[in-house]
Design a protein around this ligand. Structure first.
Ligand SMILES: Cc1ncc(COP(=O)(O)O)c(C=O)c1O
Length: 376
């Protein structure tokens, strides 16, 4: 496959980040339209997108509803947290990174009762502890976990956690922001009631909206629970069902770009095809960085292929700011770390990036290390 972004010689700096991400030229070109929110073509596009998202989640039985929500991914998460938990409900959040903490913060801002079960950032949630927490606290109605914790790049065992949550008869919410579309997730098999991701992650659309995929039976029970007008998931769903439209100004350009991004995902072989490219990106970066002497933060068996955290070299000559700036000057954008107990930086493997981009980045990293005189 060719790097469509490079075609025409107008490639921007590749973004080796968790988002915003590099998108294809054709996805960007799809936005050169001004469609009205009631335009029949636009309404058809929303309908197709909603159907295709369900197919990506393996909803063969027609049990789920896909609901796009304006804003960044956080808005879609907040729409689920704020409008699916009853007034007397209680949320348990399994936390092993910054995005888990963010869900708990939302509950606190929204004054929703919340318990946090926290695990080290370099390990997955302990299933025995999850089971004990559910057994011990009958007030817990909902459980939330992040699928790929982008803080580190760890993949959490959402299927095993889902089995425990379902056994305990609770509602299960998965933040699958950074992996959905490139990490196979079967909603029903994982026992998921609500899943959230956004347009500009592995589906490679442009930023502007996120989406929730909700089990219809669970969603139907949530009428009147919303604590926000604009983020009301139930009303957004009802609006889309009644006239096919968003309730408020839709992100028209981002939606038509997303339609194109979904076509390109299919052309690449769907979730499996995209996973293969991202895995190849990841393996290329890992091999090249290890060869130079960099070390990853996570144990290899916990590391996913979305984003990798690398430890700062011990050499005091290493300054991340200087490393970042020099890479940026060479045309490569990496990302600072977010891990709380170790100095790390991150390299993302997602977006319209290919093994050739990874090799270019590795060359630039090697040059920069040499320029800085850092010993690895
Ligand atoms: C797992 C996870 N959750 C939530 C978010 C927040 O998404 P956004 O920055 O689009 O609001 C991100 C962003 O990278 C993420 O990786």
């Amino acid at each position: 496959m060719t790097d469509t972004n490079a075609a025409g010689g107008w490639k921007d700096k590749p973004l080796f980040t968790p988002g915003p991400l590099t998108t294809s030229r054709t996805v960007k070109q799809a936005m050169l339209r001004d469609l009205g929110s009631r335009d029949f073509e636009f309404i058809r596009t929303i309908r197709e997108i909603r159907q295709e998202l369900l197919a990506l989640g393996g909803d063969t039985e027609g049990e789920y509803e896909a609901i796009p929500m304006q804003g960044s991914g956080t808005f879609a998460i907040e729409s689920v947290v704020s409008s699916t938990i009853p007034p007397n409900g209680k949320l348990l959040v399994l936390v092993n990174g910054a995005y888990g903490h963010r869900i708990a913060k939302m509950a606190s801002v929204l004054k929703i009762a919340c318990a946090v079960l926290e695990f080290p950032e370099d390990s997955t949630p302990d299933l025995g502890a999850v089971k004990s927490a559910l057994d011990a606290d009958g007030a817990i109605t909902h459980v939330a976990v992040v699928s790929c914790e982008t803080t580190t790049g760890i993949f959490n065992p959402i299927r095993e956690i889902g089995a425990l949550v379902k056994q305990a008869g609770r509602v299960y919410f998965v933040d699958a922001m950074s992996g959905f579309g490139a990490v196979p997730i079967n909603l029903a098999e994982c026992g998921i009631d609500y899943l959230v991701s956004s347009a500009n992650k592995c589906i490679e659309g442009v930023p502007g909206f996120g989406f929730a995929i909700a089990r219809r039976e669970a969603l139907e029970e949530t009428e009147g629970y919303a604590r926000s007008l604009s983020l009301d998931l139930f009303s957004q769903w009802k609006g889309l069902e009644s006239n096919g439209q968003f309730r408020f100004t839709p992100p028209t350009h981002a939606i038509v770009a997303f339609r194109q991004a979904l076509r390109e995902l299919t052309e690449e072989g769907g979730v499996e095809g995209r996973a293969a490219r991202y895995r190849a990106n990841h393996e290329t970066i890992l091999a090249g960085m290890r060869e130079m002497g960099f070390k990853e933060y996570l144990k290899p068996e916990l590391q996913g292929y979305i984003i990798t955290s690398f430890l700062y070299p011990r050499d005091p000559k290493f300054s991340f700011e200087e490393f970042y700036r020099r890479l940026n000057d060479k045309g490569y954008v990496i990302y600072p770390g977010k891990v709380s107990n170790a100095d790390c930086f991150r390299i993302g493997h997602i977006g319209r990036l290919f093994v050739s981009d990874m090799r270019d980045l590795l060359r630039a990293v090697r040059e920069t290390v040499e320029e800085l005189g850092v010993k690895l």
